[in-house]
Design a binder for this molecule. Structure first.
Ligand code: AVJ
Length: 341
């Protein structure tokens, strides 16, 4: 794992003390504070996110499962061969992986290796164990770490002649902005892929704003719990209460012109967020340890980008990949894209 606690501490302090994220609202441009999206994914956060994937308002998971149920066989026939390596980035609970694995077995493919990359060791173990039992002919390997390290590890340890497929499901790409997403794909293409290797990517569309709005502000309040848990996680990371959770509320906003959902913490009153003296050692830059927040001031914690077909085309082109397949759910909301080097 590359992101140590000290790194996370310092990136939280750095990001919240600087206003560097541009927030466009009805032609006004403001700078807002931010907190790294990573804070959403402690064990509790992973648990709540898993709940989100069962909430009907959060249509993405159901849509992706629908695509896989109907098209996994065709999809696998285009990506996997005997001796193939599959690398799933950010595999999480792997609820969707089984459809791909079933298709591999159905096609009688031999010597397939499946690498699961995740930041949580317990979730890797819990998710992989039942799969090893259900799919005895497939070889499972868990990789604990970030995407970059995993891609490097794959590039170093697997011969270039081995056919490779990366899986990046669940619209995980949505947490990167368009420039970052293209740079990330390009990097994997350059460092971790040979000509002919493939990349299967689940991407959410620019659906109707009300539909997206509900997906990120569901009627059961599970998304709100997920986002608010980020503040608890920060307090755990620092070991003292930095944020008073009751002094903030979740603000969910679909920014249509940007094609992204934005999740913010909104301050319910004028307040000061303070970091302790000892943590100044981890601050690079200003050394500022107190952040004054006005009532109504917002702090961004997450963007979830949605992609139009043209934006996907531009992404693929920048990454120096080719678009070689696309499968869609029965409600026409979500696509599984197949890219190839
Ligand atoms: C896991 C990044 C795909 O942005 O849709 C769900 C996370 N945030 N509800 C998304 C999330 C709020 C999710 N991803």
């Amino acid at each position: 794992v590359s992101n140590t606690e000290e790194n996370l501490k310092s990136s939280i302090i750095k990001s919240i003390t600087s206003k560097d994220v541009v927030y466009r609202n009805k032609s006004h441009e403001t700078l807002v504070r931010s907190i790294p999206t990573m804070v959403l994914y402690d064990d509790k956060g992973l648990e709540i996110f898993d709940k989100i994937t069962y909430v009907p308002d959060y249509y993405l998971t159901e849509a992706e499962i629908d695509v896989l149920k109907n098209h996994a066989v065709e999809c696998v026939s285009k990506v996997a061969r005997n001796g193939s390596v599959l690398v799933e980035l950010g595999c999480g609970a792997m609820r969707k992986t089984k459809y791909i694995l079933e298709a591999i077995v159905a096609q009688g493919l031999q010597n397939v290796r499946y690498y699961a990359v995740d930041l949580s060791e317990s979730s890797l173990r819990e998710s992989l164990l039942p799969l090893t039992e259900a799919f005895p002919t497939i070889n499972f390997i868990g990789l604990l770490g970030c995407y970059e390290d995993s891609v490097q590890y794959i590039a170093k340890t697997i011969p270039t002649s081995t056919p490779k497929t990366y899986l990046w499901l669940g619209s995980s790409i949505g947490n990167l902005n368009r420039t970052e997403a293209a740079a990330f794909l390009k990097q994997i293409c350059e460092k971790g892929m040979q000509i002919g290797d493939t990349f299967l990517c689940g991407i959410d569309r620019r659906n109707a704003p009300e539909v997206i709005g509900l997906a990120y502000n569901d009627t059961q309040g599970v998304t709100r719990d997920f986002i608010m848990n980020g503040l608890d996680h920060i307090n755990t990371i620092f070991g003292y209460p930095v944020f008073d959770r009751t002094a903030f509320e979740y603000l969910s906003e679909y920014q249509e012109s940007e094609g992204r959902h934005a999740a913010y913490y909104r301050s319910l009153r004028n307040q000061t967020v303070a970091f302790r003296e000892g943590d100044s050692s981890v601050v690079n830059g200003t050394g500022q340890l107190k952040v004054a927040l006005k009532k109504g001031e917002i702090i961004n914690v997450e963007y979830s980008y949605k992609w139009s077909p043209r934006e996907v085309d531009a992404l693929v082109e920048t990454a120096k990949l080719y678009n070689v397949g696309k499968w869609t759910d029965s409600r026409d909301m979500y696509d599984l894209h197949l890219f190839q080097k």
